[in-house]
Design a protein around this ligand. Structure first.
Ligand code: HEM
Length: 230
């Protein structure tokens, strides 16, 4: 990065920080909560897509549906998009007056008073996804073996995201949303089983490219408790 670009990046960062601090004082009602919930779901679906693509890449089918180079680029692109949506999902909570999240609650596990364990699970998943996505650029420095090992972490991150979204999400109460969790878990489990099976059946390394990486009206209850606190 040259000097002008780093100055621009620093100016953009400071600008974003100052605007965030100024806007935090305003009352946006429930909008930040709705945005956080929808972006959380989009992030989860994208993460699942990325894991599925990674698994398809590493299983190395003899007749791939899409050229491997294209699939790899897509895999990387979806990972970055996932991280962006996670940024929106967590960042917008800074403007939700009900949960009262500050930077610490978003960045540090167990800093939140609201469902501390489940929020911590989300925070840990987010940090591990940051590390995995960053490794796309560090591959040349850390070598393919370390890169592949780091990429195995994506299964754990995906599982943590599933637990976090399913158990903490208001929208799990919606049948369509819980169907997404069930279907995604079934697809990832099936592909993982297939991949482990195909690996133990052959001594050849599968690939140099590795995978990524309640019922009841919960929303009304949460809305009611938010209204009571308004
Ligand atoms: C910095 C880390 C994170 C924080 C602070 C955080 C915080 C939260 C909170 C407070 C909720 C509950 C929202 C509600 O009231 O329904 C939630 C739900 C959710 N989160 Fe996260 N989260 C984080 C990371 C992640 C990650 C890494 C993913 C997945 C890629 C994710 C996906 C979801 C999903 C799918 C929901 C459920 C949305 C709904 O059902 O309405 N979160 N998160």
């Amino acid at each position: 990065m040259n000097r002008t670009r780093s100055t621009d990046a620093l100016a953009a960062f400071i600008g974003a920080l100052v605007s965030t601090l100024m806007l935090r004082g305003l009352d946006f009602g429930h909008a930040p909560w709705y945005i956080s919930r929808s972006s959380g779901l989009v992030a989860y679906v994208l993460l699942t897509l990325s894991v599925v693509l990674g698994l398809l890449l590493s299983t190395r089918s003899p007749r791939p549906l899409v050229p491997r180079a294209l699939a790899f680029d897509l895999h990387q692109f979806i990972s970055i998009l996932t991280l962006t949506m996670i940024g929106v999902h967590a960042g917008i909570l800074l403007f939700d007056n009900y949960l009262g999240f500050g930077p610490a609650e978003i960045l540090l596990p167990f800093a939140s008073d609201s469902e501390p364990l489940l929020t911590a699970v989300g925070v840990v998943a987010a940090w591990s996804l940051v590390a995995i996505t960053a490794s796309f650029w560090l591959r040349r420095h850390i070598g393919p073996r370390a890169w592949r090992r780091l990429h195995y972490l994506s299964f754990a991150s995906w599982l943590l995201s599933l637990v976090h979204g399913f158990a903490q999400g208001t929208d799990t109460a919606i049948p369509f949303v819980s169907a997404i969790y069930i279907l995604s878990a079934a697809v990832v489990a099936a592909l993982l089983t297939y991949r482990i099976g195909s690996r133990s059946g052959s001594r050849t390394p599968a690939s140099t490219v590795s995978p990524q990486a309640g019922p009841g009206n919960r929303e009304s209850r949460r809305l009611a408790s938010r209204a009571a606190s308004d």
